[in-house]
Design a protein around this ligand. Structure first.
Ligand code: ATP
Ligand code: BTN
Length: 293
């Protein structure tokens, strides 16, 4: 694995561009969803909000838990988009949305959900465009990458609703284009759907992608509630970008552990081969990096 992912790219990079104005075609989206597993999901699209995750988390706290009531909130602009570990999320180059998913599970059974969501998003993108799908790697616990550059991030927050019930508020930020200004601001090379999809149609593809992701998430939900992450572990591993690579685990910039990534177990824990033996790491507040990064 190269250390390219941590090198800022010049703003003039040929494939880095601003995203043209785009809109979700709600009629087309409804037609896509109508025939599938997400057909009863309520989708709301707003111009601007603070954070779709914050909105749905708050809505769940005030709602009565109902297994069939799945809400989706898409925002063209978030003024306080949030990422993992309290970091801000910049959404101007992409699709930002959240799904409030009622799950008849205790919190302990959520282990592996973030990996299952990452896999569902990767499979949806592959369904939209095979060439794009072929380039996507998964970074434990829940990032999507192209060539070590971040394509999408996932933030899952849970709202308890009883001993065997909760909502998982699943937030997804997917970069549609590789945005030079954002790369400069973050000091990171990023990825965008458009660089791998030929041609990317900014008017049509966000709707197609959203529809495909929602459908995959709906199928994943049924399997996950029944059997957890275990049946998905093999498919996740097939897309693992760091399998058998030397890696470091960081928290707040400090190195917590170093070793060779050996895939994931049936609960979605990272298997890290260290000098002291094989360790199982729960996702929590840690970030994985290639050893060279
Ligand atoms: P994680 O800890 O979730 O695994 P990371 O820090 O390893 O992520 P990097 O690609 O190394 O991911 O760094 C990207 C940083 O920029 C992250 O802190 C991420 O949250 C932040 N960021 C903000 N907006 C975006 C965006 N639109 N695309 C990618 N990264 C973003
Ligand atoms: C990460 O990689 O740090 C997770 C990023 C998650 C961003 C999405 S954008 C839609 C939803 N609303 C938010 O405020 N965050 C998530």
């Amino acid at each position: 694995m190269s250390d390219f992912s941590d090198r800022p790219v010049p703003a003039s990079a040929a494939d880095a561009a601003a995203l043209p104005a785009w809109r979700i075609d709600q009629n087309a989206l409804n037609r896509m969803l109508d025939a599938g597993a997400a057909r009863h999901w309520r989708v709301e699209v707003v111009d601007e909000t603070g954070s779709t995750n914050a909105d749905l988390t708050q809505a769940c706290r005030a709602a009565t838990w109902d297994e069939d009531d799945v809400r989706v909130r898409v925002a063209y602009r978030q003024t306080a988009g949030r990422g993992r570990q309290g970091r801000p999320w910049q959404g101007q180059a992409g699709l930002t949305f959240s799904v409030a998913m009622p799950l008849a599970l205790p919190p302990a059974r959520l282990s592996g959900l973030s990996l299952a969501v990452g896999l569902a998003v990767a499979e949806a993108l592959e369904q939209c465009d095979a060439a794009l799908g072929a380039r996507i790697g998964l970074k434990w616990p829940n990032d999507l990458q192209i060539d070590g550059r971040k394509l999408a991030g996932i933030l899952i927050e849970s709202v308890p609703a009883g001993p065997q019930r909760l909502w998982a508020v699943i937030g997804i930020g997917l970069n549609l284009v590789r945005d030079a200004r954002m790369e400069a601001a973050l000091g990171r090379a990023l990825a965008g759907v458009a660089e791998a999809m030929t041609p990317f149609d900014a008017q049509r593809d966000p709707t197609r992608i959203l529809g495909a992701v929602l459908e995959r998430l709906a199928c994943m939900r049924t399997r996950f509630v029944a059997d957890g992450f275990a049946p998905l572990a093999q498919a996740w591993s097939a897309r693992d970008a760091y399998r058998d690579e030397p890696v470091r685990l960081l928290h707040d910039g400090a190195v917590l552990a170093e070793g060779v990534a050996r895939g994931v177990d049936a609960e979605g824990h990272l298997l890290l081969e260290t000098a002291a033996g094989l360790e199982r790491i729960a996702s929590g507040e840690v970030s994985l990096r290639g050893a060279g990064a």
